[in-house]
Every structure is written in structure tokens, then in C-alpha cells.
Design a protein around this ligand. Structure first.
Ligand code: PML
Length: 250
């Protein structure tokens, strides 16, 4: 689902303001319910009322690959400044350069939020996504029903079960299952959602409260790419390869 609203002509031909997006892999019997959930989500979104909601349904022919859901922890964090210190310490330890961190901060704090994610070289800090406004849209991701039940219980026992957390964890788990991606940082672009996360195979999914201040509209996702990464294959994996996430016993 993509929800947006048109901008005045002075913003450029066809320019729009991103309101909300959602993706998932579901059995045919769930299509009705999911579509109406997505429409309700778009219409009630804190970023504003969309004038366009596009829902695309595609059948998946290839057999999905399986990948593990990341373990979830929550950091103690009281301010955006401490949030950034936590992120820098975790991500630098994985080999991401200061230049790449600075590039990430520019994307995440920009007033112009991207619809998708930015792909950033972990060494040079260069942005590698072919379309800088659209970014990379992670798609074709889901969870099997047994794993969903286990995940629901696990998140509820930590008192953090919401659709937002569940969907963000599924997305981050797909992203870092891509071999050429070192880590992801996410700040929600919802003005009333102030918990973000950093994710990697090494750190798991680390939730960071107070990553931004209430009311701020900026946010986004950045993915750090290994220096020798195959960019085309990475984009194809994130956007086109069907991946089903599974809970693993802990
Ligand atoms: C979003 O989709 O807007 C980002 C959600 C980040 C969720 C972080 C969390 O609460 O775990």
C-alpha cells in the first residue's frame, strides 16, 4: 500500500508527499482483511490525510527463501543525542566509517523524507540508490503463521506488541538477511512515533526510545552496504526476492 497526497505544482510535475506505506505476503484468504486494514491505516495516519491510496496485489510464483527473525532488545535512552551515540557505537564497531554515519544522519534528519530507504556505502559514505527521492522499497516479506504466534507472545511478554513493532522487525530481519548489508538504522517519519532502531546480524534488533522529539516529521531508513557489494543484486533481493521470516527457538 502506498498513500500520498499531491503537492502544489510549484513542487515539480507530479510531486507528492509520502503519507504511509505497507507491504506483506499473505494467503489469498486474508486479502480482504489486509486491504481494509491498510486503507484504515492510510486514512487515519498522523502524517495527514492522503488524496491517493494505491494497493497493489501480486501473486508470488517463486518459492520464498526463509530467514530468521532478529532477537529484540530495547536500549535505555532519554534523548536524540544519546540515541545517536548508541547508534554510532554499535554501527562503527561493525566497520561503518564516520563519513558513512554523517551521510546517514543527513538522510535521516532531512526535511525531505524519502519514500524508501537510502543505500549508503559503509566506507565512502556515497549514496548508491539509483533514485534519490524514491529510494529502495523493501517488498515481498512476510512471516509464517506459527512464527507470528510465537512472535506475538514474545513481544507481548516484553509489553511491546504492536503492529508497528512487528512489521518493523520483519522488515529489518529481511534487510539484514541480505549478505551485503551490514546494518540498518530506522527513524519513523510519523510525528508521534519516537522509537527507532538499529539492526544488524551482530546486534539483533535494538529498539531506541527517544530517537527523535515528539512532533518532528523527519525520519527514514538507511542501509549500510559492504564496500565490495553487488549493488544490483542487493536491490533485487530487497525489492523483489520473496522472504518469509521465521521465529527461532531461544
Ligand atoms: C515505521 O515503520 O514507521 C518505523 C517503525 C519503527 C519501530 C520501532 C519499534 O518500536 O520497534
Amino acid at each position: 500500500m502506498k498513500a500520498s497526497t499531491k503537492l502544489p505544482p510549484k513542487a515539480g510535475p507530479g510531486a507528492d508527499f509520502h503519507i504511509s506505506g505497507a507491504e506483506g505476503i499473505y494467503g489469498a484468504e486474508k486479502i480482504d482483511r489486509i486491504c481494509s486494514d491498510y486503507i484504515a491505516r492510510a486514512l487515519e495516519h498522523p502524517r495527514g490525510r492522503p488524496d491517493t491510496i494505491v494497493i497493489t496485489l501480486e501473486s508470488i510464483i517463486e518459492r520464498p527463501v526463509k530467514a530468521p527473525l532478529l532477537p529484540v532488545t530495547t536500549a535505555d535512552c532519554l534523548s536524540p543525542e544519546s540515541a545517536w551515540n548508541i547508534i554510532v557505537s554499535r554501527v562503527s564497531a561493525l566497520g561503518v566509517s564516520d563519513r558513512a554515519m554523517a551521510a546517514a544522519l543527513r538522510v535521516l534528519r532531512s526535511e525531505k523524507t524519502m519514500r524508501g530507504a537510502s543505500l549508503i556505502s559503509s566506507q565512502s559514505g556515497r549514496r548508491l540508490e539509483p533514485d534519490k527521492a524514491r529510494g529502495i522499497r523493501v517488498s515481498r516479506l512476510g512471516i509464517d503463521s506459527m512464527s507470528e504466534k510465537i512472535l506475538h507472545k514474545r513481544l507481548a511478554s516484553m509489553k511491546i506488541y504492536t503492529v508497528t513493532v512487528k512489521e518493523a522487525l520483519i522488515l529489518a530481519s529481511k534487510v539484514v538477511s541480505c549478505k551485503d548489508i551490514i546494518a540498518e538504522i530506522c527513524i519513523s517519519d510519523d510525528p508521534d512515533y519516537t522509537t527507532g532502531y538499529v539492526a544488524s546480524r551482530a546486534t539483533g534488533y535494538l529498539r531506541i526510545p527517544n530517537i527523535k522529539r515528539l512532533g518532528e516529521m523527519h525520519g527514514g531508513r538507511v542501509f549500510f552496504l559492504r564496500p565490495d557489494a553487488d549493488i544490483e543484486k542487493t536491490i533485487n533481493y530487497l525489492e523483489r526476492r520473496a522472504v518469509i521470516l521465521e521465529s527461532i527457538k531461544r
